[in-house]
Design a protein around this ligand. Structure first.
Ligand SMILES: Nc1ncnc2c1ncn2[C@@H]1O[C@H](COP(=O)(O)OP(=O)(O)OP(=O)(O)O)[C@@H](O)[C@H]1O
Length: 264
């Protein structure tokens, strides 16, 4: 099976400042100020065409950072991502422009992806119908609820027909009817052999939809393989973590945080 995504030693660090003056010093002086933090550390894996990969991990482990890097929204600090085909990210904050109306956002996104005016004219009614947000389509997106933004974002991304679809928690904010409609579309994509990365807090959705699981644990790959192998291990970890006392949890989190800090 041909590879569609190859992630090679990807690291993403963010600067952390304890006060504003530190940030200013870091900008102005040649010496580095503040600490850096590994959001992702040396991530390597690949996906084949037709793979449906669930990205799992506890809060803050780096799932959204990774999905943004795969979709080309943010660059890695080091390492590389090789993507064969067009990628689309569907996330709650999926880059819609708040000042523009839903209709204008459809046009802008399609223009940015290289569609011509005629194609956009053809696609727009289908996108509007799928989003199903009524008259809001002509209102500025900043007046939308998170569910409405997600509907519009999903509708646009699915209709531009990407080769690689990255879905980050976008189904968590809509209602069940819309989630079912999206799952139908995602199954259609799956059947057409497209690559899908799926992030969801619903383990049931993960198990039902994904064949592979990529477990990110505090910025690193803990396990990658068939869902039926990885998910039980992840669930074991969650169970063990939940059983810890408050103090044990705190100590564990501190030790993990420490490992992700890089001194200036
Ligand atoms: N722009 C940023 N600046 C600084 N730190 C960031 C930034 N974006 C993410 N981080 C940090 O990187 C780590 C990974 O964040 P990320 O949002 O990727 O995790 P996640 O697994 O998606 O979490 P969740 O399940 O809570 O959405 C977190 O500790 C987060 O605080």
């Amino acid at each position: 099976m041909p590879k569609s995504v190859i992630v090679h030693h990807v690291t993403k660090t963010y600067k952390m400042y304890s006060k504003n003056s530190e940030k200013l010093l870091d900008l102005l002086s040649p010496r580095s100020h503040g600490k850096s933090f590994y959001a992702l550390q040396d991530i390597s894996f690949d996906a084949n065409e037709g793979d449906v990969v669930g990205i799992i991990g506890v809060n803050g482990s780096g799932k959204s950072t990774l999905s943004n890097i795969i979709a080309g929204i943010i660059p890695p600090t080091s390492g590389s991502v090789e993507v064969h085909g067009e990628t689309a990210l569907i996330a709650i904050q999926s880059g819609l422009k708040g000042e523009l109306s839903g209709r204008e956002n459809i046009e802008l996104k399609c223009l940015m992806l290289g569609f011509n005016k005629r194609q956009i004219k053809e696609m727009t009614p289908q996108i509007i119908e799928f989003a199903d947000i009524g008259d809001f389509i002509d209102q500025p997106v900043k007046s939308y609820s998170s569910g409405m933004k997600s509907r519009l974002g999903f509708a646009i991304s699915i209709h531009i027909d990407p080769d690689i679809l990255v879905i980050d928690e976008a189904l968590s904010v809509g209602d069940q009817t819309f989630a079912d409609k999206c799952l139908d579309k995602m199954n259609e994509f799956k059947a057409r052999g497209k690559t899908i990365f799926f992030i969801s807090h619903s383990i049931t959705q993960m198990k039902a939809f994904c064949e592979k699981a990529l477990w990110i644990q505090y910025g690193q790959v803990e396990q990658y393989g068939p869902m039926e192998n990885v998910m039980p291990e992840y669930e074991k970890f969650i169970k063990k973590y939940k059983k810890m006392t408050k103090e044990e949890k705190k100590a564990f989190q501190n030790s993990v945080r420490q490992k992700r800090m890089i001194e200036a």
